[in-house]
Design a protein around this ligand. Structure first.
Ligand code: IVH
Length: 674
């Protein structure tokens, strides 16, 4: 393509990507899929690779910033970044209104903008001639930290305003304020990912958002989906609206993400009336809020009222009732999970939190109890956030007498009495006795659940009965259950027994990936299970794999690799496998037949695929290799035969070159495969 056409295509791609970003993150109505977006971005990157001189800081390709070398530098804010005074109920709100009305009678007639009080991290964004040039945390309100590189990775943050062609012209200099946070869904997903990888879970979305935004490596920020809503103009050169309501609209038309939940009230009673309905409504929002912010709409009037300490008189936060309460910690119990993880929980003096009676709360792990020095008998602070399981925040030290008892984690499993073990680099303690009855119940529950082998009719009560009656000692025993044995149990009639046996039989047709996931190996979830199934022919092949082989697979790190090898080495698990095989529960892999029989043009060769290929997606290239009998691994080593590299190949290319591994392109791969 001639340079001129390429330049035009580049501009077009940038405009399209900006539009799609805006539609996705601000309007919430995307018109293309994520893969389609990625394809456009890859095309833009390819052009910019060829012409680095065309790269501009506002290009949608420039979101993943370079690593910061030092601690963050300091940023002097253009004016004080204020906080808010709190009201805790409608009467407090009316009292505030009366106070400010005494200072300025115009308040009697004032309108109010009511906005959700986002439970995140305050940030200040600077735009010069429409370009995002700097972003800072609030810090102490006068000086914040420069987190520009991290903020750039937030897809909701406009790198250039106005985002759309029909937006108003951006003022020459504009500083806005907003809040960075995780949506409830993204925070839960992040924790699910960590759980599956055997990592400690994050406790609060707000602190995690702060840690993520202040991470020294922007690629960590980029990998997590922080988002942003903007609500104030801090300062500007050029004209800005005179009211808060118009400010929100102005920010919206410039292309900033602005909450859709804000509303305008003609008087203070309208605001007061919204308090109770919003206590309910907060649970339906996709992000956490801890109250409403009430702002006098007339910004001139609001400014004229001045400041008390760090709080402007013209706005107030109306906080929701605490979902944190204190109660007494009566005792500490310990649960045994499916993989043997021991989890301590608090047994509490029953207490109401946000309309629900709470008797138990999680204590996370034993390190947490030690760090917070939580003692049995303590008064503790307990929190319930949305749908999340209640958790203990810590002890109220001021309420301590001398009667509380320090807690010692159990040296033995509370259920089976076998010694517990600690795995290096993890916080969890494990009961490693796979015959532990509690673990067995959880194991079978997982084995038959809808997301694994989907054996219907096997609820937890039935599983407990089977174990108590000695019918099953492990999951494989499900496959040798006999009709007469079941009919002898109370409540088991012909039809129920037939249905259950049929359902167990059907499970034999599930895929190898589902079975691997069902086995309950630590760190092996649905995705890793499926990945393993495309790399090993069956459970025999997987059981003889070594840590080094497993680590070659993309997405499997040393911890999971070791957990897998360890699982297959245990005699008890080997016995389970033997029984499963004998029962005919032995699915073959999703490997191509060519690969299983060691045939095909690529048989015996190991490939790594990297970068953007001209026609194949990464997955298509990998499927092509496997269909031709070749093997695909995730990282380049001396046992790699070829690196298939496309555009933007990066570190894998450098590694291949340093090890002397031949590098080929997509065309050469296709030629080899034929
Ligand atoms: S206005 C002078 N609006 O709440 C203006 N703040 O408790 C002060 N916050 O530090 C801020 N949502 O981080 C404003 N819609 C909203 C907000 C909001 C959340 C935070 C902000 C502030 C804190 C005060």
């Amino acid at each position: 393509m001639p340079a001129q056409d390429q330049k035009a295509r580049l501009e077009q791609l940038r405009a399209e990507l900006r539009e799609h970003n805006y539609r996705y993150h601000v309007l919430d109505s995307p018109i293309i899929s994520d893969p389609e977006f990625d394809k456009l971005l890859a095309e833009l990157r390819a052009i910019e690779d060829e012409h680095p001189e065309w790269i501009t800081p506002d290009s949608p390709s420039q979101r993943a910033g370079a690593q910061l070398s030092e601690r963050f530098s300091k940023v002097q804010h253009p004016g004080p970044i204020l906080s808010l005074a709190n009201a805790f109920d409608p009467d407090d709100l009316r009292a505030w209104h009366a106070r400010v009305a005494r200072l300025d009678a115009r308040v009697e007639e004032a309108e109010f903008v009511v906005e959700p009080k986002l439970d995140g991290l305050s940030i200040v964004l600077h735009y010069r001639d429409g370009l995002f040039v700097q972003g800072a945390t609030r810090g102490n309100g006068e000086v914040g930290e420069d987190v520009t590189a991290n903020l750039r990775t937030l897809r909701a943050l406009p790198l250039r305003i106005p985002v759309t062609a029909d937006g108003p012209a951006a003022p020459p200099y504009l500083v806005v304020r907003g809040e960075v946070f995780f949506t409830k869904k993204d925070f839960e997903a992040l924790n699910r990912q960590r759980g599956a990888a055997g990592e400690e879970l994050y406790q609060t979305a707000r602190n995690t958002a702060a840690g993520t935004l202040r991470n020294l490596d922007p690629s960590v920020t980029a990998a997590r989906s922080l988002t942003l809503l903007v609500y104030n103009v801090v300062t500007s050169e050029g004209e800005i609206p005179a009211t808060q309501w118009e400010t929100l609209e102005f920010l919206r038309t410039l292309g900033f993400p602005v909450s859709k939940e804000s509303f305008l009230c003609p008087d203070i009673e309208c605001v007061a009336d919204q308090y109770d309905p919003w206590i309910e409504k907060r649970n339906t929002l996709h992000y956490e809020i801890d109250g409403l912010v009430v702002k006098i709409n007339d910004l001139g009037l609001s400014d004229a009222l001045g400041i008390v300490g760090k709080d402007p008189r013209g706005s107030i936060a109306m906080k929701f009732p605490a979902i944190e309460v204190t109660t007494q910690l009566l005792d500490i119990g310990v649960n045994v999970g499916r993989t043997g993880v021991l989890t301590p929980f608090a047994m509490l003096e029953p207490v109401e939190i946000g309309g629900v009676i709470v008797r138990q709360a999680t204590l996370h792990n034993f390190d947490f109890i030690a760090e917070k020095d939580i003692r049995v008998g303590d008064r503790v602070l307990v929190k319930r956030a949305g749908d999340v399981i209640p958790y203990v925040i810590g002890p109220i030290l001021a309420a301590r007498s001398s009667k509380e008892k320090p807690y010692q984690p159990p040296a033995k499993c509370p259920v089976c009495g076998q010694p517990v073990e600690h795995i290096e680099g993890e916080v969890a303690w494990y009961c490693v006795n796979a015959a532990c009855p509690e673990q067995l119940v959880r194991n079978v529950e997982h084995f038959v659940s809808r997301s694994t082998l989907d054996i219907v009719g096997l609820g937890i009560k039935i599983v407990e009965t089977f174990i108590a009656e000695g019918l099953i000692e492990d999951v494989a025993d499900l496959y040798i259950l006999e009709r007469d044995q079941l009919l002898a149990l109370e409540g088991f009639k012909d039809k129920k027994v037939d249905n259950l046996l049929a359902s167990i039989e059907t499970s034999k047709s599930r895929s190898l990936g589902q079975l691997i996931y069902a086995l309950g190996i630590r760190g092996v979830g649905e995705v890793v299970g499926a990945d393993l199934a495309t790399n090993f022919a069956d459970l025999d092949a997987l059981s003889s794999s070594k840590v080094e082989d497993l680590e070659q697979i993309e997405g499997i790190g040393p911890n999971i690799a070791e957990a897998i090898v360890d699982w297959f080495q245990r005699p008890r698990n080997q016995a389970v496998l033997k029984k499963l095989k004998k029962a005919g529960m032995w699915p073959k892999s999703d490997l191509s037949t060519a690969q299983q029989v060691g045939q095909g043009a690529l048989a015996g060769l190991t490939f790594v695929v990297t970068g953007t290929l001209p026609t194949f997606s990464r997955k298509e290239a990998q499927d092509f290799i496997r269909a031709n009998g070749g093997k695909v691994t995730g990282s380049v080593s001396t046992s790699t035969d070829y690196l298939v590299a496309g555009e933007k190949a990066g570190s894998k290319l450098a590694k291949a070159e340093s090890l002397g591994v031949p590098v080929i392109d997509e065309a050469a791969l296709k030629a080899l495969g034929r």
